[in-house]
Structures are given as C-alpha cells and as structure tokens.
Design a protein around this ligand. Structure first.
Ligand code: NCD
Ligand code: ZN
Length: 346
C-alpha cells in the first residue's frame, strides 16, 4: 500500500553549507527538498559583516544546480567587535535574517565567538529595536560545567538573564537537546527553538553503547532518553515556538573518524523521510507541516512557500546513499539505525 503526504515545501532554519568543495557537494542536497535555509556563518574566517554575507550568498547561489529554486537566508556571526550600524544595514538589505551568537569555544569554528556579553549589548539593543532575531548556540563553555549540563546552565545563567535585560529581543534557541530547553522555549512569543532531525532520533546510548559512533557525535551532544522524548513531544506538538533546523553539519569522513573527531551530523540528504517516520511513529503526521514549513517562516516573518513537496511511503525500506562525495573527500549521510519507508517523490 502506498501512502502519500503533500506539504508546503519545507524550510531548514539552521544549516551549515560550508564553502568551496564542500559547499558544491552539499548545496544540491538541501536544494532538492528545501525552499529556503538559514545559513550558519561559522566559516573560517566567519561571515561577520554584511559584505561577507553578500559574498557568501553569491557563492551559495553559484553552487546550486541549474534551475534550483533555493533561497539562502543569511546570518552574521556575532563578535565582540560587531558594529551595530552594519547589523542594521544588513537587516535592511533583506539579505541577513538573523545574527548568531556562539559562546567562544562552544563548537566548530567558534573561537572568534563571544566571551563577554556586556561587549555585545549595543548590537543586541539595536537588534531588539529593529526586530532582528538572535540565534543562540545555547551552551556555556565553562570547563567546570559538565558537557551534558551545558544547555540547562546556559538557559539559567545566560539566556534568561539576557531576556530579562532586553525583553524585546527576538531569540531562537538553536538545536535544543534537553527537556529544560523545550520547556523554556514553550512560552513562545518572541522566543522560539529549532530542533534537529537527529536529536529526535538519538540519545546518548546510541552514541556511546557498543562502541563510539563518530557520525552520531554532534554539538550540543545527544542527551538521555527522557530529553529525546521531550524533544519529540515538542516537535510534534504543533506549538509555533518549535520548528525544524536540521543543523546538518558536514565534515569529511577523515575528520569524523578521527582521534579528535569533529562534531556534526550530515542530515540534509534524508531529513524529510526521517521526519515523516518520526512524526508517524508519534501519531502526529498532521503536525509535520507546521514543524517543517510553517512555524519557522512565521517566526521570521517570511511568507509561506508556494511550492509543495510530496512524501511517499511504500512497503520497501528506502535506500539512502550511505555517503555523498565531495572533492574534499566522502561525507557520511546520517543513518538513523532503523528502516525508513518514506521517501520524497522526485
Ligand atoms: C556544527 C558545525 O560543525 O559547524 N557542529 C555541530 O555539531 N552541530 C556547529 C554547531 O552548530 O554547533
Ligand atoms: Zn549548527
């Protein structure tokens, strides 16, 4: 029996496309299923100014297959020297849709991130004034704080105080991984949270039991099962505060399967079939469209996409390519570890 589901074409509100050879390899993977994506700025050097964002956007457009309809929504990497006037120009240009806060040292290419929140207050005040969202990588980097606690501690010691100080600031808690994150974001309004595909599937046992699985290592790291279940309830709730940001973060296999492996799961290729599986499993297929195609656009004040996407479920497991090839080396496609019967109709 074949079952099919047609949705408004989805948006990926947190995506790493990289640059150069990797960009060429991964951009078509997102453009195949997604209409738009919020592009993370953690290149080396980071995308920190309007001019850099415009140039990066041009490189992304040049990397798309001929005829692709895919709109990159750009972000700026917040540093302690970011100029509020440049941020205001970036927002007014329409090219830049958000500013990304990386606490220094929190994740891949974050050494240029923020150490002292006081230094960025003028930028945040400007953003609050003009309604430009702040996307947060919500983990503290204090060495004393256990890596599994870093998100909850960030909420209590950084995010909540910041929102009390600047209540008008629009904030997206990126890639939440905990019950605390889901609970805090539930209040909605000018607060929202993205949830990744892989955090709806993985808990920390998947990462660590029976041998370490480098392709399941990402940041924030997967947590206990109770947290995964909280994320599932949030994503499938239909609450407008939650929407998809895949955080698809490609690294070549040589750097994942390594003594000091890079963080990131590459999910751009098969996210929509995996999400259909997850939402169906939770009896919430009718909420999938809100999560992937409506809530994010609404938060960012964007029109919903006019185009559609159709997912089809068949009796035979879908075969996903295990890797994609880039000129920099192979990249492993996220393997959920179970059979999936959904696929995107070509
Ligand atoms: C991301 C990357 O590789 O750029 N890695 C990851 O594990 N998610 C950075 C990030 O979003 O933290
Ligand atoms: Zn990310």
């Amino acid at each position: 029996m074949t079952q099919s589901l047609t949705l408004t074409r989805p948006d990926d509100m947190h995506l790493h496309l990289r640059d150069g050879a990797m960009l060429s390899a991964v951009a078509p993977e997102s453009a195949r299923d997604f209409a738009r994506a919020l592009i993370m700025p953690n290149l080396v050097p980071p995308v920190a100014t309007l001019a850099q964002a415009q140039a990066y956007r041009d490189r992304i457009l040049a990397a798309l297959p001929h005829g692709a309809r895919f709109e990159p929504l750009m972000t700026l990497y917040l540093t302690e020297t970011t100029d509020p006037a440049d941020v205001a120009r970036a927002a007014a240009s329409g090219v830049v849709k958000a500013v990304k806060l990386y606490p220094a040292g929190a994740t891949t290419n974050s050494h240029g991130g923020v150490r002292d929140l006081d230094k960025i207050m003028p930028v945040l005040e400007k953003m609050a004034e003009i309604g430009l969202p702040l996307c947060t990588h919500g983990e503290v980097t204090t060495p004393e704080v256990d890596i599994f606690d870093r998100e909850a501690v960030f909420i209590d010691t950084v995010l909540d105080p910041l929102r009390r100080r600047l209540p008008e600031l629009r904030v997206v808690m990126e890639h939440i991984t905990t019950q605390e994150g889901a609970d805090y974001a539930a209040q909605g309004g000018n607060l929202a949270a993205t949830i990744t595909t892989h955090h709806l599937i993985l808990n920390r046992n998947h990462l660590l039991v029976g041998g370490i699985k480098p392709h399941y290592y990402c940041l924030p790291v997967a947590k206990r099962e109770k947290h995964r279940l909280a994320l599932r309830r949030a994503a499938t709730s239909g609450n407008r505060a939650y929407f998809l940001g895949t955080d698809s973060a490609p690294h070549v296999d040589a750097l994942k399967e390594h003594a000091c492996g890079c963080a990131g799961c590459f999910t751009a290729t098969n996210t929509m079939p995996l999400l259909a599986h997850v939402f169906e499993e939770d009896g919430a297929l009718e909420k999938l469209e809100a999560f992937t195609s409506q809530n994010g656009a609404a938060f960012y004040g964007l029109p919903q996409n006019a185009a559609k996407i159709t997912l089809v479920k068949s009796d035979h497991p879908t075969v996903f390519a295990p890797k994609i090839q880039s000129a920099a080396g192979p990249v492993t496609v996220f393997d959920p570890g179970f059979a999936v019967y959904w696929q995107v109709q070509a």
